[in-house]
Every structure is written in structure tokens, then in C-alpha cells.
Design a binder for this molecule. Structure first.
Ligand code: KG4
Length: 339
């Protein structure tokens, strides 16, 4: 008998549903929310309202594209946390109601675990390229910057993480200071390709062990701009490519320094990248350079799996389903939950 999992993701500002059959992806539908652009950041109340509008059509479309009837589903997997509470509640409530009405199990998935497990999403006709356990995963998004030792889908250890801002958050805030749009990550990435990464030097943190910090970089960037703007009010407009390239290079250096240390310390050469910032070209190039220099075997996700998506929730749900790890109808959403 086939195992068919419906995955649901609604932790931030993307409503997504995906169908996975026996470990292979059949559909992955994502509805973004342009409503936040005008505010320069995600507005939680608007996000939950948009999820409410999107959830039914998105699930309907995911089942349609997968050519699966809801009665064929084996289980419903959903993101339980971490994320925005109002956003999570829409997906969690929908998943509970849907699973209950079909009389099938419910599977709760940690959003961060989902990002890591995106490396195991298989597509028919493509040769799987998956890391072997144990591997290290650098998870970088708007809310997290972590180095994770992945021993199994259900056995992950956070070796280091940010003590303040996440890498994506720092990039987004610097981009906002420059008067660029939201989210800043993709804009900085594009501008950086035309700039000189060595044009300016920004401060790098000295944080013990394998932890990160990005708030000092943000402040250093802000003060640097403030001083230069006094001399030339058009400084940003004249130098935005160099600013973007230097900022990106600093973030990438900070991330790779600790990752290299972790790889040495744990003697692991299978290294994966995950989360929204993994779309960044500078970071992807740094991964390739490290692979060549240190003999790492690297795993870089497809662009479609870098941002929030339900395919990563469905594949994690598939692994839990095989081990019969289900949750009850009373499982609450968590805005903060560790792996
Ligand atoms: O994982 P994600 O979609 O959402 C969560 O934070 O959970 O990550 C979003 C972050 C944002 O900070 C965004 O600016 C950043 O990922 N991002 C990028 C790029 N694309 C998205 N940062 C740098 N370069 C990119 N190309």
C-alpha cells in the first residue's frame, strides 16, 4: 500500500501545501503574501489573515496537481512551530480538522527540522543526491543561524547558533537602512554581483565556540553609512553595489569561519546548507570553494526548497509516518520550540 502524506506549512508569510507519495514529491504549492512589502517586514496580523484566505485553495491545488483524492491520503503533516503564532494556528487548525474528518493520523513537524530534511525530497526521474548521516547543516534564515549535527531525521544537535540577530535578519535590516526594498536578501544578492566585496570592511564578532552574532555587524554598517552620508549625501546611491558586496562578503565569512571550525572539530566532510539565506549566490560560491579546498562533499538545496515550503514538512512527515510517530488532536502550536 502507498504512503501518501499531505504537508502543510504556515509558520510565517507563505501558505504552502505539498503531497509526497512513497518519498517522492508529487506537488508543492506556495502562496506568498505581497501585502507585507509596503510595510518593510512581515505584519503578523496580516499574515494570519492571508493564511486564512489561502489555506483551502492551496491545499485543493496541491491535491489537484498531485492527482490525489483526499481519501487516498495516509496522514497530514503540519508545521507546529517555531513561527508566528497567528500564522501557525491557521495551518495547525486546518491540519487537525482535515485529518480528523478523514480519520487519518496527524504528524507534527518542527519547521527547522523540515528545512534540514529538504535535502531528502526526491523527485521522480531525478537521481537522489542526499547526505549520509552524520552530516553538518548550516541553517540560515530570517530567524535562525545554526550549525546542526544531523545524526538522523529524529536526532539533531545544535552545535552553535546566533546569540542575537540571524544572518538574514541582519542583511534585511542593512538593506532597509540603505533604502532598498523588502525582503533585502535577494536585492543585496543581486547588487553584490556587480560590486567589489573588498571595498569596505565591517566589524566581525569574536564569539566563543561555534556560536554566531550579527548585531555588531548591523551597528557597524549603520555607523559607517552615517559617517559617509555626512560627507556625501548621495553616498548610498553612488556605492550601493560595493556596499552590498562588502556586506554579503562579511556575512559569508562569519558563517563559513564557524562552519569550518565545526567540520574540523567533528571530523565531518558531508556539509549541507538550508534556509532562506541559502539562496544567496555568495554563500553558495563559498560552499563550492570550501568543497574544492577542504574535500567537503556539499549539498546545496534547489532554489524552490530554500524558502518556506510544505514539501520539506511532507518529507519529514513521511519519515515519522514510517516510524508511526503521530501526535494528538490536542497538540498546541509553539511559537518557539527547539529541535
Ligand atoms: O527561511 P526563510 O524563507 O524564512 C524564515 O526566516 O523562516 O528565510 C528568509 C530570509 C530573509 O531574511 C531573506 O532576506 C533571506 O532569507 N534571503 C536571502 C536571499 N533570498 C532570501 N538572503 C540573501 N540572499 C538571497 N538570495
Amino acid at each position: 500500500m502507498n504512503t501518501i502524506i499531505l504537508g502543510i506549512e504556515s509558520s510565517c508569510d507563505d501558505t504552502s501545501a505539498a503531497v509526497i507519495k512513497d518519498g517522492y514529491l508529487l506537488s508543492n504549492v506556495i502562496a506568498g503574501q505581497a501585502v507585507h512589502e509596503a510595510y518593510g517586514g512581515v505584519v503578523p496580523e496580516l499574515a494570519s489573515r492571508a493564511h486564512q484566505q489561502n489555506i483551502v485553495p492551496v491545499v485543493h491545488e496541491a491535491l489537484k496537481r498531485a492527482d490525489i483524492q483526499k481519501e487516498e491520503l495516509s496522514a497530514v503533516a503540519f508545521t507546529r512551530g517555531p513561527g508566528l503564532m497567528g500564522s501557525l494556528l491557521v495551518g495547525v487548525s486546518f491540519a487537525k480538522g482535515f485529518a480528523r474528518s478523514l480519520g487519518i493520523p496527524l504528524i507534527d513537524v518542527n519547521h527547522l527540522t523540515g528545512h534540514v530534511m529538504a535535502h531528502f525530497i526526491r523527485t521522480e526521474g531525478e537521481t537522489p543526491d542526499e547526505p549520509d548521516y552524520p552530516f553538518l547543516c548550516l541553517l540560515v534564515s530570517g530567524g535562525n543561524s545554526q550549525i546542526i549535527l544531523v545524526k538522523a531525521y529524529n536526532d539533531m544537535q545544535i552545535l552553535g547558533q546566533t546569540i542575537d540577530d540571524a544572518a538574514g535578519e541582519a542583511i534585511d535590516k542593512c538593506s532597509k537602512v540603505m533604502g532598498l526594498g523588502y525582503p533585502g536578501g535577494p536585492i543585496i544578492d543581486k547588487l553584490a554581483r556587480q560590486g567589489n566585496p573588498q571595498a569596505y570592511a565591517f566589524s566581525k564578532p569574536h564569539i566563543p565556540e561555534l556560536n554566531y552574532s550579527f548585531s555588531g555587524l548591523k551597528t557597524s554598517f549603520l555607523y559607517f553609512l552615517r559617517d559617509r552620508l555626512k560627507e556625501d549625501p548621495e553616498f548610498i546611491a553612488h556605492h550601493k553595489e560595493d556596499l552590498a558586496a562588502s556586506l554579503e562578503a562579511t556575512v559569508v565569512d562569519i558563517l563559513m569561519d564557524k562552519l569550518r571550525k565545526a567540520a574540523q572539530q567533528y571530523q565531518i566532510k558531508e556539509i549541507a546548507l538550508a534556509g532562506g539565506v541559502s539562496a544567496n549566490n555568495g554563500l553558495r560560491n563559498a560552499f563550492r570553494e570550501h568543497a574544492a579546498r577542504y574535500g567537503w562533499k556539499i549539498f546545496i538545496p534547489k532554489f524552490s526548497y530554500t524558502t518556506d515550503n510544505a514539501a520539506m514538512i511532507a518529507i519529514t512527515g513521511y519519515f515519522k509516518y514510517r516510524d508511526k510517530v503521530f501526535c494528538g488532536i490536542d497538540a498546541p502550536a509553539y511559537s518557539r520550540v527547539s529541535m
